[in-house]
Design a protein around this ligand. Structure first.
Ligand SMILES: [Zn+2]
Length: 216
């Protein structure tokens, strides 16, 4: 249920697949800090299961669909790192789709948000790039830490995020895929793609297995 998917230079990433609909929640331990990416239900129990010490914890959100934000309020008032484009869905059930698909109206109580800028961000001494690839939602954010990228529901190992939801846009997705393909040419083949659902893969495997990268 909880497994280590990356370990190098005192950095560790754990992946868990959590309710309500099998979201990939990641724990990234980096320089005494813990980043919890897309917390599903019960994700607040994960740090204790790992048992690794950390100074402080931030929640990172790739996009605000209900399955990726469902565990936020279990972390009390932890800082939420999110782009401006993804922010509205935290507090709007129409945007986070909880009203349509989640079996209830989800409105996150935690307002302790810190807006990430596009491009380079340094948070608690950890640097990473933030990009928006709209299509699945208007605010699909990708976080590039160098040897690994969190891609949310923008792109999976062999598929892409659905574009038939409210606020999705298939034409925007096509443009995003083109842009991302270009971006990948700057990455190492062994860099890791950590998506919001299904399997982790390398950049090389993504380019090999994902038919949408050659389609658009
Ligand atoms: Zn989604």
């Amino acid at each position: 249920m909880l497994r280590c998917v990356y370990e190098q230079d005192n950095m560790m990433i754990y992946k868990a697949v959590l309710p309500p609909v099998g979201v990939n929640t990641y724990l990234l331990y980096m320089q005494d800090h813990l980043f919890v990416i897309d917390p599903g239900i019960t994700s607040a129990e994960l740090p204790e299961m790992v048992g690794r010490s950390y100074q402080d914890l931030s929640i990172v959100i790739t996009h605000s669909h209900f399955d990726h934000i469902a565990g936020i309020d279990d972390f009390d008032h932890a800082e939420i790192l999110i782009t401006q484009a993804a922010l509205p869905g935290l507090y709007d059930p129409a945007i986070n789709l909880s009203g349509d698909l989640g079996g209830g109206m989800m409105i996150i109580k935690n307002k302790n948000t810190r807006i990430l800028s596009l491009g380079e961000n340094t948070i608690h001494g950890c640097s990473f790039q933030v990009m928006i690839f709209p299509g699945h939602t208007q605010g699909d954010s990708v976080f590039d830490f160098g040897p690994f990228l969190f891609t949310g529901d923008f792109i999976f190992s062999d598929s892409i995020g659905r574009t038939d939801f409210r606020f999705s846009n298939h034409d925007a997705m096509k443009q995003s895929i083109k842009k991302f393909k270009n971006y990948l040419s700057k990455k190492q083949p062994s860099d890791l793609i950590l998506p919001g659902h299904m399997n982790v893969c390398t950049v090389e495997e993504l380019l090999d297995q994902n038919p949408f990268l050659s389609l658009y």
